[in-house]
Design a protein around this ligand. Structure first.
Ligand SMILES: Nc1nc2c(ncn2[C@@H]2O[C@H](COP(=O)(O)OP(=O)(O)O)[C@@H](O)[C@H]2O)c(=O)[nH]1
Ligand SMILES: Nc1ncnc2c1ncn2[C@@H]1O[C@H](COP(=O)(O)OP(=O)(O)O)[C@@H](O)[C@H]1O
Length: 191
């Protein structure tokens, strides 16, 4: 029987660096597929529909939930986010590994139905550094940053749920730690 792909789930408070780390991981492992989520949030400057997210309306998202088309979904910072069941299933059925950048609620839903998921939580070195990164990124309004900072503590409190916790202080070290988690999972599968 064909091996099913691994599912790697990455969560972090906004600004901790998960998008940056995911990009770096995919450079190291180009054969891993990044799961493109659906969201009702507005695109940021530079984001592309179908590449960063599938940007859809609340009505379209609610219709997808009702039709059972989502593997998991959650309301995060006031918007819906979710993973398409069909796309995820098709990819892992082909034996391809998938990387999911999803929030803590989504990670719990995924692990309930698929306990073999590999879970990784990215921590910032400090709350002050988290705020500094969000401000430096320059993609969000003050109000959006405050909402994300308010949610950060509750998200970080749930890090013990994850099998791996990586502190993203020095970027190169964090990338190496992330690559090492994936490498050992793949070797485990191969043996
Ligand atoms: N449950 C769930 N969460 C998602 C999904 N896609 C993204 N998220 C999470 O939604 C949150 C906000 O993401 P985003 O708007 O891109 O902002 P960022 O975290 O500041 O880069 C993050 O915690 C993401 O991990 C998804 O498909 N499902
Ligand atoms: N280790 C790091 N040191 C300094 N800045 C970082 C580090 N990792 C990421 N950043 C920067 O912090 C900001 C937030 O990172 P991003 O990957 O967008 O976070 P997230 O996807 O978790 O919201 C970006 O401007 C990014 O370039």
């Amino acid at each position: 029987m064909k091996r099913r792909g691994n599912i790697y789930i990455v969560s972090a408070p906004s600004g901790a660096g998960k998008s940056t780390l995911c990009r770096e991981l995919l450079k190291a492992y180009p054969d891993i597929t990044y799961s493109i989520s659906h969201t009702t949030r507005a695109p940021r400057g530079g984001e592309e529909n179908g590449k960063d997210y599938h940007f859809i309306t609340r009505e379209a998202f609610e219709e997808r939930i009702e039709k059972g088309l989502m593997a998991e979904w959650a309301e995060v910072h006031g918007n819906y986010y979710g993973t398409s069941l069909e796309t995820l299933e098709d990819t892992v059925a082909k034996g391809v590994d998938v990387l999911l950048d999803i929030d803590v609620q989504g990670a719990r839903q995924m692990c309930e139905s698929l306990p073999e998921c590999v879970t990784i939580f990215i921590m910032p070195p400090s709350v002050d550094e988290l705020r500094a990164r969000l401000e430096k990124r320059g993609t969000d309004s003050r109000e959006t940053i405050e909402k994300r900072m308010k949610n950060a503590v509750g998200e970080m409190d749930q890090r013990d749920f994850y099998s791996h916790v990586i502190v993203n202080d020095d970027l190169n070290e964090a990338v190496a730690a992330f690559v090492s988690v994936v490498k050992s999972c793949r070797e485990g599968v191969a043996s």
